[in-house]
Design a protein around this ligand. Structure first.
Ligand code: UD1
Ligand code: CA
Length: 454
């Protein structure tokens, strides 16, 4: 059976108080809508129709890489039924249609598959939730035999109907042919003056068409996001669950309630992550990697036996085996550390490669530098890589020793085994094995008298 998915994402999301369309707000580092699109992809839908309206351009831009999405514009937001009507002309009559919401990000593919299976014996199937807190949702109204008669919105419900605890999740699977027929017949004579998609259920009942429901009790799957509080609670739920799954796969996480992964994590055995670590984008850890508390790592790979100490920030870096980084280190985009490199506290690196066994232990900046192996860079050393307009490279070759508080004014190079005296400002190349002293000679004044207070 051909499957087409319609994702509704035209609503304004007023209660987010945001310039950004609601569905672009992220959960686990990924826009809510991307979670929904990914689920649709996993169902192997022939077509994914995205109904957009409010700030449609921003949404299109965010998904411009996905050329297979079928964009549908809903110019005015006249209700969920009206939104689906906009996509209806593009549907193939023989398809099964699954209607999803762009602001319901955590649906499981297995749940959606079960819902779709219900269409073998019915024209429409509704995903419902049994909940002690049905307020605000459409209620599933059944007759005494339990057959579904209609879905009634909160604002249209009678006192009796408001007591119903089975609610409409909004997720509906329906045969295209029936859907198109019913959509033509829904009206907006209700409390909100909207075209309700949910009205197709009463029409299905009137037509004697088969109506099925799949009732679940896991509310997180069907949790829709209307405000930032709901988003933040769902994020925490998502993170906790993700951390627990990683722990069960062998990731050593000290506290699953204080771990955040906003992307993908690959890891080897016996890694350990302390509290309040945030990982973003694609992060890979080798074996036996230890990460201290309050570390942030994004889009980086860290090799076997590395130690990342507390409060370090690492982004876009490749760190090979047995390195030690931090505490309080900042490893920026384009940093490559070969094996056994030591980066200490208050050291910043950017677009810099550092060879095996080299050390920058304290308070330094290495930017646009190519540093060899077994180099020792003293505290307070700075590569002066920027003249206010252009950036220049500093080369430091194998075995060089850079004394503390050195300024290396790029472009400049320090040869193999060369030594730079502490406090030097290096403006021209240092040949290999030379000692460069580029500072004023010290004068001692004997018998110097301190000034006296007048
Ligand atoms: C809808 C259901 C309700 C269900 C609830 C579950 C209807 C009439 N009601 O109510 O039964 O319990 O979801 O959360 O369907 N949208 C558009 N265009 C529109 C209107 C909405 O694209 O013109 C999109 C929104 O962006 C959102 C989704 O449809 O993603 C749901 O809209 P919303 O206004 O939140 O529906 P509810 O009133 O919550
Ligand atoms: Ca809603």
């Amino acid at each position: 059976m051909d499957l087409e998915v319609i994702i509704l994402a035209a609503g304004k999301g007023t209660r987010m108080y945001s310039q950004k369309p609601k569905v672009l707000h992220t959960l686990g580092g990924k826009p809510m809508l991307a979670h929904v699109v990914d689920a649709a992809r996993k169902l192997e839908a022939n077509t994914v129709h995205l109904v957009v309206g409010y700030q449609a351009e921003q949404i299109r831009l965010a998904f411009e890489e996905d050329e297979t999405l079928a964009w549908v514009e809903q110019k005015e937001q006249l209700g969920t039924g009206h939104a689906v009507m906009q996509a209806a002309p593009a549907l193939m009559q023989q398809s099964n249609v699954l209607i999803l919401y762009g602001d319901v990000p955590l649906l499981k593919v297995s749940t959606l598959n079960s819902l779709l299976e219900k269409l073998t014996g019915a024209a429409v199937a509704v995903l419902t939730l049994e909940t002690p807190e049905p307020f605000g949702f459409g209620r599933i109204v059944r007759d005494q035999q339990g057959s579904v008669l209609a879905i009634i919105e909160e604002k249209d419900a009678s006192e009796q109907q408001k007591k119903i605890t089975e609610i409409n999740s909004g997720i509906i699977a329906v045969k295209a042919r029936n859907l198109c027929d019913w959509l033509q017949r829904i009206q907006n004579r209700n409390a909100q003056g909207e075209y309700y998609l949910t009205d197709i259920i009463a029409l299905a009942h009137a037509d004697g068409a088969g109506i099925e429901t799949l009732c679940i009790s896991d509310r997180h799957q069907v949790q829709g996001i209307n405000d930032r509080l709901q988003l933040s609670k769902l994020e925490r739920y998502y993170q906790k669950k993700q951390a627990e799954e990683l722990a069960l796969k062998g990731m050593g996480i000290v506290d699953t309630a204080r771990f955040d992964l906003r992307g993908e994590l690959a890891f080897g055995e016996d890694c350990e992550i302390d509290i309040n670590v945030v990982l973003q984008g694609k992060v890979s850890l080798g074996k036996r990697v230890r990460i201290g508390p309050n570390v942030s790592i994004s889009n980086s790979s860290i090799g076997d036996d590395c130690i990342i100490l507390a409060n370090s920030v690492i982004e876009g870096a490749e760190i090979k085996g047995k390195c030690s980084v931090g505490p309080f280190a900042r490893i920026r985009q384009g940093t490559i550390l070969e094996e056994k490199v030591k980066i200490g506290n208050f050291v910043e690196t950017k677009k810099t490669s550092i060879g095996t066994g080299s050390k920058i232990s304290h308070l330094s900046y290495a930017g646009d530098a190519i540093i060899g192996s077994e180099v020792n860079i003293g505290a307070g050393t700075i590569t002066c890589n920027y003249d206010g307009v252009n950036k220049y490279v500093t080369h430091i070759e194998d075995g060089a020793f850079i004394g503390s508080n050195t300024s290396l004014v790029a472009p400049v190079s320090v040869g193999k085994q060369a030594t730079v005296a502490a406090g030097s400002t290096i403006t021209s190349d240092v040949p290999q094995k030379n000692l460069a002293v580029a500072r004023q000679r010290q004068r001692n004044i004997d018998g110097w008298k301190r000034p006296e207070k007048k």
